[in-house]
Design a protein around this ligand. Sequence first.
Ligand code: NIG
Ligand code: FE
Length: 401
Amino acid sequence: MSGAETLFTNISQLVTPRPGPQRGAAMRELTVLEDAALLVKNGLIEWVGPASAAPAAAQTLALGGRAVVPGLIDPHTHAVWAGDRLRDWEAKLGGATYEEILSRGGGIRSTMRATAAASVPELVRLARPRLGALRDSGATTVEVKSGYGLDFDAELRMLQAVRELQAEFELIPTLLIHVPPEQGRAEYVQGVCNDLIPRVAREKLAAAVDVFSEQEAFSVDETRAMFEAARANGLRFKLHADQFHAIGGTELACELGALSVDHLEASGPAQIAALAASGTVATILPGVTLHLGLPAAPARQLVDAGAVVAVGTDLNPGSSPAFSTQLALALAIRLNRLTPAEALTACTVNAAAALGLNDRGSLSAGQRADFSVLHSPDWRDLPYTLGASPVADVFIAGVKQ
Ligand code: NIG
Ligand code: FE
């Protein structure tokens, strides 16, 4: 159903935030149009308004009196991996912590061993149904990170797998520098800066560089070096920070103009103030709170302080086996105390901003025609529903998936 021009009608409610990143109270300011219509031309929204004022169009598609919401944008996933973490999970249920499992060579390092041993076709085959599940949950753009390769060739294979999947999904690839090698970490960071980042930039394999800043991972100084290399090679940068300890990564990321800082479970007043005063998006990942039993990131305080807050699944085998972006939205309300309107803004225009995009996330003229039709006539079923999909149909650039 691409068509040069399609008028979507019989929409009980059409709900949307304004385009562009929204901070503080503006995150709650949605437009809700009853009995609406939506005109799509060449993959972009041409017009939105009351059905009674709809322009004529070459073809019309009636949506059955159901609600339409913007396509969700998942700004943080690790959807490419091999192996599993089921034994780690059992160890965790038996009392071991995530960090203990990692420091004895399990956790992320066990996923790295399995992923580094997998071929590109194998990685593609494994990731495809995960990305399908995210899309079925309403996600029309999904960020996917490398980071389970460790050695550079394996990192490049992960990014190659993402590139191949871009034929089927709307994906934004990120080079993640995840955990340091057990030996030779200074040389590793140097190689990342002088070799891996320039190569990834040259071959356009990623739009941004992400680093895991944590006691068990990279220090603030190492992170700074990698951010500077990203910038020198024309790539944006972002950070996993404050998951377990606030070691200064958030402040560094805000100072250098990172796209986003993600996790934030251990953020305190200083990190909240730094994010609120910056253009860096604060991305929270409620699936991690649920699965690891970590404290919830202080999203309520972040919004109230004026930060741009986004939500993602962090889909990965270790800390967040959450295969639904809609579930992440719904959990952010229960676990992080966002309102339903804030959560929708967090999962749409603010998530787009976390990826450096401003052409999507809002159902407004000029934006990409990425949207979902719910089963329900009431958009509030999107944030309300747990454990089943409220999403009936997903359209990307006006085309039904
Ligand atoms: O975002 N915290 C670091 N990295 C991932 C987890 C990866 C894993 O456990 O495999 C995260 O939570
Ligand atoms: Fe992550």
